[in-house]
Design a protein around this ligand. Sequence first.
Ligand SMILES: [Zn+2]
Length: 324
Amino acid sequence: MADKDTRIPRETRWPSVLFYLYLHFSALIGLYFVVFEAKWTTIFYTICLVYVSVLGLSAGAHRLWAHLSFRASTVLRGFLAFAQILICQGSLYNWVLEHRLHHAYFGTEKDPFNPHRGFFYAYFTNKLVTSHPDHEKLLKTIDGKDLEQDPIVMWQKRLYWLLAPLLVMVTVFLPSELWDESLVCSIFIVGFLRVTVSLHYSWILNAATIIWGLEPLNKYSIQTNLVFVINKSLWPQYHYTLPWDYQCGEYGNYNHGCITAHIRVWAALRLVTNLRTIDTDGMRKAMIEAASTGQEFNQCAEKYAFDPNLLKIKCELDLERIPS
Ligand SMILES: [Zn+2]
């Protein structure tokens, strides 16, 4: 509690302030080109790139690698690691460790995106100030053995600073090579604007509890008109209780949403196995077990996690066995 309340002073990192100012100003020029200059093909291409980077972040870095919500084939892991580079948020390895640190110390000063410091801090201004004095030491305490055993993650980490600029350059030059888009247009739209949009998409994930989460015990959130625009729920908070549930969306939804749909399609194609989720009955049993044994709720809940895909296959096999 003391940790939550004691504010550790943070210094402004002026190089970061200048960099992000430059990036956002350039993104605004990109927006001007979108409205007045760009070809439709370039706009469509940019949206596709943003979409692929979103898959790399949400399905890959977050659900697959940070929370082990499912297992993926080598081909899919390779694609998601490649897609994660497009988000320009550093290597998968570093992103996952930072996210696990955020979960481990959620809502305290050690949390790099501490929501108790307010929306803007969780969302963006944490990039503009110094980290917790023990940030590097804390990162070393986070378990990343599973990541070190994954050759794709380690290769991406080793080659990140070669691959990231190369990928940005290739994606920027393609429109002028393939459909005669002007290079200036492409640099500002596919380069600056696309990277800025992708970055904001990934940053907003850290402020999800503030945007989409309800205050504890406040079931309807009637004090804010935001309910007409944003569907507030307790799913963001649920994510911090059972982060391995593959159905829990990053932005306040559960059981539906684009990324969950993608994972289900990949599961149907056998590119993904060992999905982890839990139902109401499992939750009830886990709560009883946690209360009666004093074990961590998360540990108890993991015992009742199941793969809905396996359940579906079992049901189909059972149906086949029933004589007609
Ligand atoms: Zn998470």
